[in-house]
Each structure stands twice: as C-alpha cells, then as structure tokens.
Design a protein around this ligand. Structure first.
Ligand SMILES: NC(=O)c1ccc[n+]([C@@H]2O[C@H](COP(=O)([O-])OP(=O)(O)OC[C@H]3O[C@@H](n4cnc5c(N)ncnc54)[C@H](OP(=O)(O)O)[C@@H]3O)[C@@H](O)[C@H]2O)c1
Length: 326
C-alpha cells in the first residue's frame, strides 16, 4: 500500500482508506463478527486511514473501531466528524456543545486527541460564518484535536474552506460520475496544500457494476430510503444519479475496463491518478471488498486515452443527470 501526504499536516495516509459509515449499521446490518473482519482486512492490507463520524450508528462505528485492537492500532489515523448530531444540526452550534460532542468522540475512540476532525456537512451559512473553524483552531491549541478539515456537499463550500491557513483536508464526493473538481477545486487544493479525501468513490457501490436495476436494498439502507434524497442531500446516495441511470452507465463502463481490472478497481484507479487526491475512503460490507479495494494502490495508472474517454463520457452523458447542488 502506497502512502500520500495529507495536506500540510504531513500525515502519511494510505492511498486507499476505509470508510466506516456502514459499521454504524446505517447501510443495513453488519454483525460484530463481520465488522471485525472488515477492520482486520483493512489492517492486513495496509489501510491506515479510517474515516468515521460521531453520528454513524449513534457512535457505534467509532466504538467498533476503538474496540478493534491489533498490532496495527498505533499506526492508524482515525478521522471522525462533528456537526450533524441533533444537538447541533442545523442551527444549534455553540462552542461548548461542539466541544462536548468532540469529547464524546474522544471517549468512544478511546484516545487523548482526535487525529483529524472534520466539520460534517454543516449548513453552508454556518460554515461560512467562520466560527466553527475558529473554534477548531482553539481546540487544536488545547490539544483536543490534532488536525481539522471539512467534509462538504458543494464546490462553493470547498472553495471557501480551501484557503483557510490551518485547514488540513477537504472531504468531498468525487468519482467517475462526478468529475468537476478536477478543473477548479483540485488546482486550489494543491496551491494551498490541502489534502483531498474522496468519499463515495464507487457512487455507493454502483460503480462496481454489480447492481441490476431491480436490486433491492434493506429497509435501513440509505440506498433504499434516500435513493431520491428523501432524508438527506439528493446528491449523496448514488452520487445524485437516479439509480436506473447509474446502473446503465456502470454497465456501459464495463466494456472499458483494462485487462485484469474489475470496474471497481478501474473506478478507484481513476481517482488515484489525480495528483490532488490524498486518500480514497471506500466503504466495504465484507473483507474481500477491502482486499480488492486496497489492491488498487499497486495497479498501473489508466492510459491517457482511457482518461480522455472517461472525461468525455462524464461531460457528454452523465453530468446532466446529477441531482442536487454540486
Ligand atoms: N457527508 C459525509 O461526510 C459522508 C457521506 C457519505 C459517506 N462518507 C464517508 O465516505 C465513505 C465511503 O462512502 P460510501 O460507503 O457511502 O460509498 P462507496 O465507498 O462509494 O461505496 C461503498 C459500498 O460499495 C460496496 N463495495 C465496496 N467495495 C466494493 C467492491 N470492491 N466490489 C463491490 N462492491 C463494493 C459496499 O456495499 P455493498 O456490498 O453493501 O453493496 C460498500 O459499502 C463512508 O463510509 C463514510 O466514511 C461521508
């Protein structure tokens, strides 16, 4: 597993990280045994960057991470998030409440300081008011957190945050179905030495090419209850593309995979071929997926011709179908 530097923090993060939202059982049910196998597979495959949030399963994801002790525990970098808990979101943000939520994460993660805290898709106007970022600087001085970043929904939010002098990272949706960041955000991220953490690399799994249009998801899976944005941002689940369309696009891409690459691998390699990307936090529901995803770090880059074809595919066919503000 190759490592990249996460922005100005100097932290060395694995090119493929682990998204841990599913460990909160917000994606259907993952039993304890399976959760431990997924985390063990991440350790075994050199994945040292794990992304979670205080609200994933009401803290379950963080607790599971902390209780998974191994010889690799001390090398892990755990990124968590604050800002979507009901006590705060959408307009209850005070310094004391935010601090208290971070202290909750400290306890659940069983650490003295958070490696990286990310503002968790807080409303645009709250982010831009600047208080939250100023509090993060204070919490950093107090030793509560080591680094801070933002997880955003829109380009506007990312472009606002990227110039902040102390910001370590921006977590954002970026994948073959969502390519716009290459033009505007990424050059600025490089200029300001801000790391890019890619979420939804597989557009909620659809970019693995395994789904048919009649796929059923569990009742508690956001790919069921939020497929058209009924519960949170419509741009999040399946990257904002209507499911039937997303499946058809993924089927089209299958013919373009280089020999020996699965569609999931091609999709993640495309991400790692972007120099601004620091780490790709793919989620996984089973350990075999973790291993397949980790292997992408060692695969050869895609050819310039394939990059060109995928860019044309996005701008000419996919982009018009994205719902929600990008
Ligand atoms: N607002 C935010 O800050 C925010 C929002 C969303 C996500 N995130 C973070 O980003 C992470 C990744 O997002 P995500 O999990 O929603 O999307 P994703 O990484 O695009 O999709 C992950 C899902 O795809 C399937 N999958 C993974 N690897 C596979 C493979 N090799 N072959 C076939 N299927 C595979 C698994 O689901 P199945 O096997 O069940 O199909 C897995 O749970 C989250 O875990 C979380 O840490 C943050």
């Amino acid at each position: 597993m190759k490592l990249r530097t996460l922005g100005k923090s100097g932290l060395q993060v694995s090119e493929i990280g682990l998204g841990c939202w599913q460990l909160g059982n917000d994606f259907g049910t993952i039993e304890d045994e399976r959760a431990n196998q997924i985390l063990a597979a991440a350790d075994d495959n050199g994945i040292n960057f794990w992304d979670t949030a205080d609200v994933y399963g009401g803290g379950k994801s963080e607790t599971r991470i902390a209780s998974h002790k191994s010889e690799h525990s001390s090398n892990r970098l755990i990124a968590t998030k604050v800002g979507r808990d009901g006590a705060l979101y959408p307009d209850g943000y005070t310094k004391d409440r935010v601090k208290s939520n971070i202290e909750g994460s400290l306890k659940r993660l069983d650490v003295d300081a958070i490696d990286l805290i990310q503002l968790h898709c807080v409303p645009t106007e709250v982010l831009m008011a600047g208080d939250l970022l100023a509090w993060m600087e204070d919490f950093q001085k107090d030793g509560l957190i080591k680094e801070f970043g933002v997880s955003v929904e829109t380009l506007e939010e990312a472009l606002f945050a990227v110039t902040h002098p102390k910001l370590t990272s921006i977590q954002t949706i970026f994948n073959i179905f969502r390519q716009d960041h290459i033009t505007e955000l990424f050059p600025k991220a490089i200029e300001h030495d801000v790391g890019i953490i890619v979420r939804l690399p597989l557009a909620s799994g659809v970019l693995s090419g395994k789904f048919k249009t009649d796929q059923q998801f569990e009742e508690g899976d956001h790919r069921n209850y939020n497929k058209d944005g009924a519960f949170f941002s419509v741009g999040e689940t399946f990257s904002g593309i209507p499911f039937d369309k997303a499946v058809a696009f993924a089927d089209q891409l299958k013919a373009w995979t280089p020999e020996g690459y699965s569609l999931a691998q091609m999709s993640m390699r495309w991400l790692l071929d972007q120099p601004a990307v620091s780490t790709v936090i793919t989620g996984a529901s089973r350990p075999s997926q973790v291993a397949e995803n980790a292997s992408v770090s060692d695969l050869a880059s895609l050819s310039p011709e394939l990059h060109k074809k995928l860019s044309k595919f996005y701008f000419e066919s996919v982009k018009e179908h994205i719902r929600g503000v990008m």
